[in-house]
Design a protein around this ligand. Structure first.
Ligand code: UD1
Ligand code: UDP
Length: 385
């Protein structure tokens, strides 16, 4: 058996790795060893609990208001030590967090092949999103097997002269995770969130570093104006635990009867919130992938996106962080039935629920076991839906 050291540290990485850990543990040739950096704590533990993953290693690096250099340096040394202890045959990382980049560098320092899940996303702008665009570009430089979610992400890698034989289009494992929790149909954990269910509802999340300060203050003021303008609509805000986000985002929106502020929701509750909502207002990467597959319009509070597929399909629109633009864009979707209907269509450009199986088949093939998978094709997935 070949050992794959699976390293992650934040909520979205955990959600997207969970289906792969499960598929790896069913492999005849590979075994997963799960190591978490603990870049997140409560938000990461929630996901591990939901998917019943017990990590073998936990670096527990989180500190309040942690700086990028704290995360990078602690995760780099910690993952090198775990590699020394476990002697894995490969290291698997996901996405574009600082955990992802630091673990990739650790694999390189120890000359262990690196597999990158969700490879090839790009905005082309080094500070947007910050620091993720550079984290993922640096990770690509260190990767031996690029697991690209879509044909667009593969094209991005090939444009950077990555060896085409090292790239496989798998679909995004977030769709595997989403389908799995929706099918479980668990009872609601967070009764606070359930207060927002039942009528028209806007689901809101915000956390991006490049929006800290004034851009996020504009979002908060826009939400306050929208809550006043649409008293019949609920605004559900599961607030990220970062104090830097909460200090700016929450004060203008507390005290409204129709604004429901909660702690981060368990993933099954959050998926239900997407399914229940009228529209999503977010700066999240993962939510841009999930909501289109549940047929919900997404307004993205960013200037750029590395996920152009759903924008092209017409169900995701970039609105930036300008207060007036956010008010106007949300108002349009809440008042203009035609504009709403145009965006509220289920599309699946990101996956068909079989990405983890393809990722594991690609890893097995890397070591000489099996032929590798049939690649994910968004057109074939759309035809089946
Ligand atoms: C991180 C990732 C970002 C990803 C996001 C997903 C980096 C640099 N950033 O950003 O790419 O989109 O996760 O949410 O890798 N905190 C807690 N408990 C938690 C999680 C966070 O208290 O479970 C607080 C801590 O005070 C922590 C702060 O939030 O210092 C910020 O966490 P950090 O991981 O540095 O940044 P995120 O904005 O969460
Ligand atoms: N999510 C969750 N609970 C919440 C908010 C988000 O489980 O309260 C999930 C969401 O469904 C998505 C992921 O967390 O899969 C996105 O995480 P985040 O927005 O923090 O990070 P990003 O995707 O922007 O890196």
């Amino acid at each position: 058996m070949h050992k794959v050291l699976v390293v992650y540290g934040t909520r979205p990485e955990a959600i997207k790795m969970a289906p792969v850990v499960s598929a790896l543990s069913r492999s005849e040739y590979l075994i997963p060893i799960v190591a978490i950096t603990g870049q997140h704590r409560q938000m990461l533990d929630q996901v591990n609990k939901l998917f019943e993953i017990t990590p073998s290693h936990d670096l527990d690096i989180i500190t309040p208001r942690q700086r990028l250099e704290d995360i990078t340096s602690k995760a780099l040394v910690g993952v090198c030590d775990i590699i020394d202890a476990e002697a894995p045959d490969a290291v698997l990382v996901q996405g574009d967090t600082t955990t992802c980049f630091a673990a990739s560098l650790a694999a390189f320092y120890r000359k262990v092949p690196l597999f990158h899940l969700e490879a090839g996303l790009r905005t082309g702008e080094r500070y947007n999103p910050f620091p993720e665009e550079i984290n993922r570009r640096l990770t690509s430089q260190l990767t031996s097997l690029h697991l690209a979610p879509t044909p667009t992400s593969r094209a991005n890698l090939l444009a950077e002269r990555v060896d085409p034989s090292s790239v496989v289009v798998t679909g995004n494992t977030v769709i595997d995770a989403l389908r799995e929790v929706v099918a479980r149909d668990l009872p609601v954990n967070d009764t606070g969130a359930a207060r927002a269910f039942g009528g028209r509802m806007v689901l809101v999340t915000a956390h991006r570093r490049e929006s800290w300060g004034e851009p996020m203050a504009q979002t908060a003021r826009a939400l306050a104006r929208l809550a006043e303008k649409f008293p019949d609509v609920k605004f559900l805000v599961p607030a990220h635990l970062n104090p830097i986000v909460r200090e700016v985002l929450l004060p203008p929106i507390v005290g409204f009867d129709n604004v429901v502020i909660t702690d981060p929701l368990f993933y099954d509750d959050f998926s239900r919130a997407i399914a229940e909502c009228t529209l999503v207002l977010t700066d999240s990467g993962g939510v841009q992938e999930e909501a289109p597959s549940l047929g919900k319009p997404v307004l993205v509070m960013r200037e750029t996106t590395e996920r152009p597929e759903a924008v092209q399909a017409g169900t995701v629109r970039l609105v930036g962080t300008d207060e007036q633009t956010i008010v106007d864009s949300v108002s349009e979707l809440l008042t203009d039935e035609n504009a709403y209907a145009e965006m509220a269509r289920a599309v699946n450009p990101y996956g068909d629920g079989h990405a983890a199986r393809r990722a594991v088949a690609s890893m097995e093939h890397f070591f000489g076991f099996g032929p590798g998978p049939e690649e994910f094709s968004p057109a074939a997935a759309a035809a089946l839906d």
